[in-house]
Design a protein around this ligand. Structure first.
Ligand SMILES: [Zn+2]
Length: 201
């Protein structure tokens, strides 16, 4: 039986966020606070860092896609439009038609001389920056902390693109492997599993 691919081919940032919204908005609203989603992001990034440290990166594509998925979910929860935040915070010109594949190429070219270890540290630093900004913003609701939070979300996206490139992973193709039919676990859009048994393995 032929299965329908729900993941947008040649997807743009807008497509990515819309796909994540259609698939996970309802379960995320029910199950996760923003800080919970940030923890999920950190867990998958930690797994990639472990792979890099132990020089066994065969499964890093999946974990990077999961990290990206949680990053998109955080952006959606905060009502951040990555197509606007990334040009603003990552010094890159994009159009509404710019695809994920094109963006990954731009970011990879920009950091082509960066070592794998340094790129890994960069992902960790940017994502931890989300934790700091999120905590400050939740305590104060100050606009400058929200801007800092938006900046860290955009920079984490760039850092994930760069690290994926250094690992030989094309994010768009890797996302197609895991999300072609919707949720990577229950294969539904919307997701019906709610990631209740979401162990990082
Ligand atoms: Zn699911």
């Amino acid at each position: 039986m032929q299965t329908t691919c729900l993941f947008p081919h040649n997807c743009t940032l807008h497509d990515l966020q819309e796909f994540n919204n259609a698939t996970y908005r309802a379960v995320n609203l029910r199950n996760f606070e923003t800080a919970d989603m940030a923890c999920r992001l950190f867990r998958f990034i930690a797994r990639v860092l472990f792979h890099v440290r132990s020089e066994a990166t065969e499964k890093s594509g999946y974990h990077l896609c999961m990290a990206l998925s949680w990053l998109l979910a955080i952006a959606n929860r905060l009502d951040l439009k990555l197509k606007e935040e990334i040009p603003l915070h990552c010094s890159v010109s994009t159009s509404p038609e710019t695809t994920l594949a094109e963006l990954q190429r731009i970011f990879s070219d920009r950091h082509r001389d960066t070592a794998l270890e340094k790129a890994s540290l960069c992902v960790a630093q940017k994502a931890m920056g989300i934790a700091s900004a999120l905590e400050y913003f939740r305590e104060t609701h100050r606009d400058d902390y929200f801007v800092a939070l938006s900046k860290k979300v955009a920079e984490t996206f760039e850092a994930i693109c760069v690290l994926a490139g250094l690992l030989g992973i094309e994010l768009h193709n890797e996302l197609l492997i895991h999300f072609a039919r919707g949720c990577c676990k229950c294969k539904g859009t919307p997701c019906s599993c709610g990631f209740r048994d979401d162990r990082v393995v």
